[in-house]
Design a protein around this ligand. Structure first.
Ligand SMILES: Nc1ncnc2c1ncn2[C@@H]1O[C@H](COP(=O)(O)OP(=O)(O)OP(=O)(O)O)[C@@H](O)[C@H]1O
Length: 478
């Protein structure tokens, strides 16, 4: 360990907060952002290829990448500027633990603890530092930490964490990532009436998770631990998928596929002409992925996992169906009285049929949501939506109608109880969305008028709560 780092530890231990890494994590005394009802992940490994065990180096720091290496996260300018400021002053151009100031513990998990921290000489940017005490871990958990660090170092996506630095100090592995101040989707769900979110909110969160899964799959990464607890909410209300210790990597062969689709053509007199259009789609899904390890969280395990057989990319699409179900209905579809009965329900041959409530008016979009869930919760992975062509197929489902996928980062997050997002002018401008006040008022009033009309005539329309984000305005200002 470097001299400076030793000094830093002793200072840290003396501080009022006593956030030194040296004490063993005890959930009883730590403040966790994760609610006590959060479900833990299970791992029963049979054949996972082990990464080599950690090196004996007492100190190492990865070369800190810059925003140019992560073009899709380069709008995190404050964070990158902070890192740049610290590393420019550093004698070896690398980031060290002494550059960081730990503010408080935000959560602890199976592998380690996560602290909110800032850089010492640059106070404007918040980071999350995941600290793992390698000495306290079994070799299986060590390999999970290494998997997580390896995967994090390759990610560059708005809905996935950016790894700003990977520090190996003595027997600690420290991963510096984006900080998410609004906790996770599991906590948010518990704040809602009957633990349910509106269809609009579910569409927003599900669409962002779908894009994150699409990106992971296109890199051959099967996530395997999708659940609300692992979906964190960034400062701007958009999501960040976290926790990559259960992922597995396989090969993926991207391909371009042609498809014919019917488009509404011109309208003459009373006849709507339709025309056929050929579209070329990019498909990158690890369809040949195969693992025998039984990992995941009970209520989210797919039948092929629950029955102990091998599995592939389909486990993520199954979990995606369970996630949408839980966000809409407040509980998971196969939950039994015990973990065993949950697993039995999942493995049983009964298919999933969701019926519309009799004599009750439903929120618009519920019928499409039910259809999507049924198509994702197909027990045979070969027939499950998403397994053959990945997110390309899932995105086309009517539940997501109206979503402009490339613009989703600029969408305003839905209004949800317990989620107060500061949608500042400057933040809105990041996506290029700026318009005079009168125009915003006009769009708001028009949207309100359309909503009233739709509910009056019970139109089964797909609400697009992003209507105030005008595509043309974005294009013009960008
Ligand atoms: N980037 C972040 N910003 C804010 N909080 C975070 C962040 N990352 C993790 N947390 C919080 O820290 C807790 C533990 O993190 P994490 O799940 O990554 O640890 P873990 O040891 O891998 O846990 P497990 O594998 O048991 O799920 C989470 O419950 C979450 O609330």
């Amino acid at each position: 360990m470097e001299q400076d780092d030793c000094l830093y530890y002793s200072n840290l231990a003396d501080s009022d907060l006593d956030l030194s890494f040296t004490s063993v994590a005890t959930t009883a005394t730590t403040v966790s952002a994760r609610s006590s009802l959060a479900r833990s992940s299970l791992t029963l490994s049979f054949n996972e290829s082990r990464l080599s065990t950690t090196s004996n180096t007492t100190f190492s720091s990865t070369a800190v990448p810059n925003a140019n290496h992560r073009p899709h996260r380069s709008h995190d300018n404050t964070n990158w500027a902070a890192i740049k400021a610290a590393t420019t002053l550093s004698h070896d151009g690398a980031l060290h633990l002494r550059h960081l100031k730990l503010l408080r513990l935000v959560g602890s998990g199976n592998l380690g603890r996560v602290f909110l921290c800032r850089l010492r000489d640059y106070d404007h940017a918040n980071f999350a530092l995941k600290v793992v005490d390698r000495d306290s871990l079994t070799s299986k958990k060590l390999s999970q930490v290494q998997t997580e660090a390896k995967i994090l170092s390759t990610l560059d996506h708005p809905f996935l964490p950016t790894l700003y630095a990977h520090l190996e100090v003595s027997h600690y592995t420290c991963l510096l990532m984006d900080y998410c101040p609004h906790g996770d989707l599991h906590g948010l769900l518990r704040k809602q009436p009957m633990n349910r979110l509106s269809v609009q909110a579910v569409r927003f969160f599900a669409a962002e998770v779908l894009l994150a899964l699409e990106y992971l799959h296109s890199r051959g990464i099967v996530y395997r631990d999708l659940k609300p607890e692992n979906i964190l909410i960034r400062e701007d209300g958009h999501i960040m998928l976290s926790d990559f210790d259960l992922c597995f990597q396989s090969d993926v062969s991207p391909r371009l596929e042609n498809r014919t689709q019917i488009n509404a053509g011109s309208r003459s007199c009373f006849v709507q002409r339709q025309r056929l259009e050929r579209v070329t789609e990019f498909v990158a899904e690890p369809t040949a992925a195969f693992s025998r390890s039984c990992v995941g969280t009970h209520e989210y395990l797919s039948p092929e996992l629950a029955s102990g057989g091998g599995h592939g990319n389909g486990v993520d699409w199954w979990a995606f169906g369970v996630l949408i179900y839980e966000l809409l209905y407040g509980t998971t579809p196969f939950k039994g009285g015990s973990k065993d009965s949950t697993l039995r329900n999942i493995a049983s041959n009964r298919g999933v049929r969701l019926l519309a409530p009799v004599g009750e008016r439903e929120e618009p979009g519920m019928a499409e949501a039910r259809d999507l869930i049924e198509k994702l919760l197909v027990k045979d992975p070969r027939k499950r939506l998403g397994c053959a062509r990945g997110a390309t197929d899932v995105k086309r489902h009517p539940f997501f109608n109206g979503i402009k996928w490339p613009l989703i980062r600029a969408y305003r997050p839905p209004e949800v109880r317990g989620l107060v997002v500061k949608w500042s002018k400057s933040r809105a401008n990041v996506g290029g969305v700026s318009s005079p006040r009168w125009r915003r008022c006009f769009w708001k009033k028009l949207a309100c008028f359309m909503r009233i009309k739709a509910s009056k005539y019970r139109l089964n329309c797909n609400h697009n709560y992003y209507s105030h984000v005008d595509y043309h305005k974005i294009k013009k200002s960008s």
